[in-house]
Write a protein that binds this ligand. Sequence first.
Ligand SMILES: CC(C)(COP(=O)(O)OP(=O)(O)OC[C@H]1O[C@@H](n2cnc3c(N)ncnc32)[C@H](O)[C@@H]1OP(=O)(O)O)[C@@H](O)C(=O)NCCC(=O)NCCS
Length: 314
Amino acid sequence: MTIQVRPLLEEELGEADGIYRRAFGTFLSLPDPLAFDGDAQVLKCRWTADPDAALALLDEGALAGSNFVTRWGSVGLLGPLTVDPARQGRGLAHPLVETALRLLEGPQIAFRGLFTFAESPRHVGLYQRFGYWPAGLAGVMSKEIPKGTRAPEGAEALSRLSPDDQAEALSAFRELTDSVFSGLDVTGEVLSVGEQETGDTVFLNEGSQVAGLAVCHAGAGSEAGSGRVAVKFAAVRSGAGGQDRLQRLLDAVESWAASKGASVVAAGTGSGRVGAWQTLRAAGYRPFLQGVAMHRDRHPGYDREDVFVLDDWR
Ligand SMILES: CC(C)(COP(=O)(O)OP(=O)(O)OC[C@H]1O[C@@H](n2cnc3c(N)ncnc32)[C@H](O)[C@@H]1OP(=O)(O)O)[C@@H](O)C(=O)NCCC(=O)NCCS
């Protein structure tokens, strides 16, 4: 048996996407597994954002699976991991996880996390072998955008700024995320939705300060899919007033989403971020998927009550 793990090539994206949809669609028992994820293009978006973060697994020379990592400065995420359903149960996931973990080595990355199916002993067990431990619930929620949603004062979208102002905003975003968790930096996500035109970064000004930012995917071809906006990452300044700031950031996201013709906004958070979870629920978001956030080496990450971060690690 010859198994090889190497970077995923652009020309393999279509085939890898088919395996990804069939693997998840089969696991979730969809009548048509290939219909998984609709017209969202998660793999294409991830590969384009960072081709070095995409891995292919070859079994006897044939593409048999893929895995991805996401690097947000000091935070490293693993997944989505998929193995062709016809080849599962033969240990192929192991080299895909091992090699991906090597991409998350190095002093810069302090915290490694992933999202998986809480109800699956097989999934949780696989990642436990590699040093991950279940840390809390990861809730992915959604909300129908109410009619007449209006942007709050201070709401902005990065693409509307001049290049100089965009550079200034990017450095303010970095300063904000670093204040939430040392070294956390989502510049790559911000640039990628802008360059790929798959979304925008909505943010909130409070006086001369940026009080919050939300990197959003919108519509077909993005990670969200038709009619939807997906908040990939959002954060507001921690501490007093955090709940109110996050509520206003959500208002800004919903109003931006409505302007893009979306009818639903999806956003997730961790159960350890009590204030963020409560704010989402109070704003009318309902969980449609509940997974487990697994943390490597039982690192607490940024799961604190006073941290108002929304993220989707899928
Ligand atoms: C999860 C997935 C990647 C695993 O791929 P795989 O090649 O079957 O995994 P492996 O054969 O390397 O096995 C991983 C573990 O699961 C166990 N396992 C595999 N198939 C199993 C089955 N049908 N029933 C029970 N356990 C099983 C293996 O014994 C192994 O456990 P071990 O490490 O203790 O030996 C694959 O099932 C898949 O693509 N699923 C759909 C997409 C998905 O769920 N991705 C992960 C989301 S976080």
